[in-house]
Ligand binder design. Structure first.
Ligand code: KG4
Ligand code: ZN
Length: 354
């Protein structure tokens, strides 16, 4: 089954052709980073306009890269939410018009389900029950999936998303946008034990996340240590390197701690690390170390002892940040069972997965 995926929930206009949910024939992403960089974050009105400008070309390019024609596809999958409403509507309207013109079925996909499916594209062996940490610029949640297409919300962030916390500190220190990849790179040269960040305890014992306290603590460190924002073209000061290393470690430790508690509770066979922040090298290493190494991953002990020793999966970087291949992959099983909606389909900014 050949599926066209369309994604436009935030600041990336994306289209992809995916065969049978696993074989990515094309994966085109038009990033708007340049448009939003000077604002240090995504400006919704500008994002919608950019999507409008790019969507036609991006879809055409996806067909060209794959060497296929419009008639070759069996259906279209499009992101319905959550996201910026103006941005979502551009992709959704385009998908509807295409489905109508070509007489092809159209299915809506939740963006978070798309991120979860991003791990399946390269890892057909992933087993349920699974626990997914969806961690990006807009989301930080733990989702439990006992069987395919069934989701239970385990926890979410009570304030900022993890990516948002990284982006905000980066902006404040003059390190650029988006901040996640910059901090990932700079933190390798810093000492993560120099600045203290105490990990918040959620008083009701829930598995929720909270990151806004780190921002306040970072501002305090900046003030107390007299740290000046970075000036472009100069060498990044050791104090900044140490601060971002300490800050990143606090975020990763928080994600790890809550995931560990969820693993004890839900006993998944697989842990999925998905969403833009899942590109983070420390996060990937920490998860592998925490969940797999202790089980002797790959060894006979690891294999026979599972569960409680789950395997950790994450997609390659091009499928980790926002893309349309993950939307096509998530839409494929829905199209297979003939679940295709009418053309009065709408977008929802706060669409829930579970
Ligand atoms: O999934 P995504 O592309 O868009 C959303 O759905 O939000 O995620 C974007 C987020 C940004 O906050 C960005 O700073 C973060 O992912 N990010 C990273 C890394 N690469 C991207 N954060 C930490 N380390 C990285 N290497
Ligand atoms: Zn996303």
């Amino acid at each position: 089954m050949l599926v066209l995926g369309i994604e436009s929930s935030c600041d990336e206009t994306a289209a992809a052709l995916v065969q049978d949910g696993h074989c990515v024939l094309s994966n085109v992403v038009a990033s708007q980073v340049k448009t939003h960089r000077s604002f240090g974050g995504v400006v919704p009105e500008l994002a919608s306009r950019e999507h409008l400008k790019n969507i036609g070309y991006v879809v055409e390019r996806a067909f060209r890269d794959a060497g296929r024609t419009y008639r070759d596809i069996d259906g279209i999958a499009v992101t319905q939410g959550p996201g910026l409403i103006g941005s979502l509507l551009v992709g959704l309207s385009f998908a509807k018009a295409m489905a109508f013109a070509l007489g092809k079925p159209l299915v809506p996909v939740n963006h978070l389900e798309g991120h979860i499916f991003s791990a399946f594209i390269e890892h057909a062996e992933i087993r349920h029950p699974l626990l997914a940490l969806v961690v990006s610029g807009g989301h930080t949640s733990l989702v439990f999936s006992p069987e395919p297409e069934k989701y239970e919300r385990v926890s979410r962030t009570r304030d900022d998303a993890a990516g948002e916390a990284l982006d905000k500190l980066s902006k404040y220190l003059g390190l650029g946008y988006p901040g996640g990849p910059v901090i990932d790179r700079l933190a390798r040269k810093g000492h993560s034990s120099r600045f203290a960040f105490s990990i918040p305890k959620i008083s009701d014992g829930s598995l929720d996340f909270s990151f806004s306290g780190f921002k306040t603590a970072a501002l305090r460190h900046i003030e107390q240590s007299g740290i000046r924002p970075h000036i472009k073209g100069r060498r990044v000061s050791q104090a900044i390197l140490d601060l971002v290393a300490s800050y990143q470690k606090a975020i990763v430790d928080t994600l790890l701690r809550q995931t560990r508690r969820a693993v004890e509770q839900y006993r998944p066979a697989s842990i999925l690390l998905v969403g833009g922040v899942a590109c983070n090298s420390l996060l990937r290493k920490s998860f592998r170390g925490a969940f797999e190494d202790s089980a002797g991953a790959g060894s006979e002990r690891g294999a026979s002892a599972r569960p409680p020793f789950p395997r950790v999966y994450y997609p390659s970087p091009a499928l980790t940040t926002d893309n349309a291949a993950m939307i096509a992959a998530a839409g494929t099983p829905k199209l297979r069972v003939g679940r295709s909606l009418e053309l009065d389909l709408n977008a929802f900014a706060d669409l829930r997965l579970c």
